[in-house]
Design a protein around this ligand. Sequence first.
Ligand code: PMV
Length: 318
Amino acid sequence: MGTATAIAHPNIALIKYWGKRDETLMLPAAGSLSMTLDSVATRTTVSVGGDSDVFQLNGELSTGRAADKVFKFLDLVRQLAGSDDRATVLSHNDAPTAAGLASSASGFAALATAAAAAYGLNLSTAELSRLARRGSGSAARSLIDRFAVWHAGDDDQTSFAEEIDAPDMRMIICEINAGPKAVSSRDGMRHTRDTSPFYPAWAPATEKALAEMLAACAAQDFTKIGELTEAHAMQMHALALSAVPPLRYLAPTSFAAFDRIAELRATGIETYGTADAGPNVVAIARPKDAAAVAAALSEFGATHIAAPGPGAYLEGAA
Ligand code: PMV
């Protein structure tokens, strides 16, 4: 029992996760595929000891829903470790929290890695991925270097992420609005599952897109990867829009950015767009085109370029 610090980066999905088969075990309706970023990070220190659990985010004491999620997660770690000890969690996040930039992914990947070590557990990457999944589904993928496939799996044991090979690429993140989103992914997924007439089509369509994406990655086919990425992002947003009442995450500026991405393609700069549960747009491009894409999107919001990055790691042990 002791103290451990871990670093994790967000990941952005090329094949999206939207909807759970099992909310307790956090088993997704379908598999997904992502790139872990080398930019923005969450750094989390877990120290075992004290009278009660404490969670501080960016220097401020956290209470309510965010803190409850962290304490519930610590309960899972304690169960695995056979411990009743409380812990203090100090976390610092470079990215705006809950703005659709996957802060929950880096947050729970860092927490799983640091808490497991602080409670004396020696877990494999797949086991840490399974553990992180229980905090936030997409966190399962932030354990993985570069590119990850998260298998939907059949149960807790088989639903984890692992590394796949894919061509080198860059993500150009365009921050259209850094404020917190109106409806969290968790609530949005549940609402979509409960009300959308199209939800039954989602899981089979996603598994099909995932199989095609895995083949495109193996073939190093950037064009196919891009086409599948943009189509699947639009399908996820169309699904959210089909909920009753609708969930509209994209803003008019997001669509303007997607139009610009299409214009760039027409002029020979091959780039494709995606967006998570918020208005920010993420373009993918070959490394040589990334600066031109970032410049073209900068009128819609602050842009930064991310390369494939490392999965979560213990500080000093990377
Ligand atoms: O794991 P969550 O609850 O942060 O949900 C992530 C959902 C999306 O970001 C919209 C899609 C994805 O696969 O990352």
